[in-house]
Design a protein around this ligand. Structure first.
Ligand SMILES: [Zn+2]
Length: 184
């Protein structure tokens, strides 16, 4: 570090302490030549992660947007905010360590993996709203796979007719394909 007073490049650190949230370190330095004391701050370089969207355009990664979309999937579920925060933290960390550019679909898949382990209803909500599946069959397959673990009626109400009172006949499916008929 160059001394702001005399311009010498020789200094020693006489004190160093972390900020309360651990995001930066403050160092007191002393110039070896003129004994002038000054302070420097060291902090984590802001992430310059970029998201490559489906249409090939790029945009800066937005952590709040990610957290918001996950929170929406958890709406009225019993999952704690802490779990949610941890999940966002984990995803951001994994994305940041895997490169500077990440396809939006890769983020979606990561979120889905984590949601699935925590809350299957939240998983399906996220899948249906935020993950535009390549084709509808893929979505139906995902529901079939989950159907083995989740009560089909609960799922159907949750996904396709949230307004239907419990015990009523589930509303007709909003998603239909030629290949798949019948109940999920
Ligand atoms: Zn100096």
């Amino acid at each position: 570090m160059r001394c702001p007073k005399c311009g010498s490049r020789d200094d020693k650190v006489i004190d160093s302490r972390q900020s309360r949230d651990g995001s930066s370190i403050r160092r007191r330095r002393e110039c070896l030549k003129c004994k002038y004391r000054y302070t420097t701050y060291e902090e984590i370089e802001r992430s310059d992660l970029r998201v490559v969207k489906r249409d090939r355009t790029h945009e800066p990664f937005d952590r709040r947007k990610l957290a918001g979309s996950i929170a929406k999937a958890f709406e009225k579920r019993s999952t704690s905010l802490l779990t949610l925060e941890d999940m966002v933290e984990e995803i951001v960390h994994e994305l940041e360590t895997s490169g500077r550019e990440v396809p939006s679909s890769a983020i979606g898949v990561k979120v889905l993996e984590k949601l699935r382990a925590i809350d299957e209803v939240a998983y399906l909500r996220y899948a249906s709203v935020y993950q535009r599946f390549q084709d509808v069959d893929e979505f139906v397959d995902a529901i079939h796979t989950l159907g083995r673990h989740v009560k089909p009626n609960a799922l159907q109400r949750e996904l396709f007719a949230p307004e239907a009172p419990p015990g009523s006949t589930p509303a007709p499916r909003k998603i239909s394909t030629n290949k798949h008929h019948g109940r999920v």
